[in-house]
Unconditional design. Structure first.
Length: 140
């Protein structure tokens, strides 16, 4: 049993993902048996149940699949966006779209991944609209 001040031991695949994110790399898994991509990290493929997974770097682009604006008072930090983004590889993840007001985030909007430093916590994966990024400037 862990003491209250000891963080829980993480699943090895989750630990690998977080270690890579700390180093500025966002990786997803690819099943070499059925050729599908997966996210969140797992020990086996949820499509074919094989354990033949490898870590790959995604293109870093996708689209807003779903979005909502969380309302907060200005003195509490103001409104912010929460979106589910589908990467071009087909996986979805919850994140936020930054660089525009939350009300301007639209379903179907093309976005590009960025990694924000969040020391001492693991780095954070966020997205910005593709039209706000110079071509080829992403950090997936």
């Amino acid at each position: 049993m862990n003491s209250p001040n000891t963080p829980p031991k993480l699943e090895p695949t989750v630990q690998t993902y977080l270690d890579q994110l700390r180093q500025g790399q966002f990786l997803i898994q690819h099943c070499t048996s059925c050729h599908t991509h997966l996210f969140f990290p797992r020990r086996f493929c949820i499509h074919c149940t094989e354990e033949s997974l490898e870590w790959v770097k995604p293109k870093g682009t996708g689209f807003v699949y779903s979005t909502t604006t969380v309302r907060r008072k200005p003195d509490a930090g103001g409104d912010y966006d929460v979106s589910i983004v589908e990467l071009d590889e087909g996986v979805r993840l919850m994140s936020t779209v930054q660089g525009i007001s939350p009300e301007d985030v639209k379903i179907g909007m093309r976005v590009r991944l960025q990694i924000l430093s969040a020391e001492p916590a693991p780095n954070k994966v966020v997205f910005i609209p593709e039209e706000l990024t110079p071509q080829g400037d992403h950090h997936a």
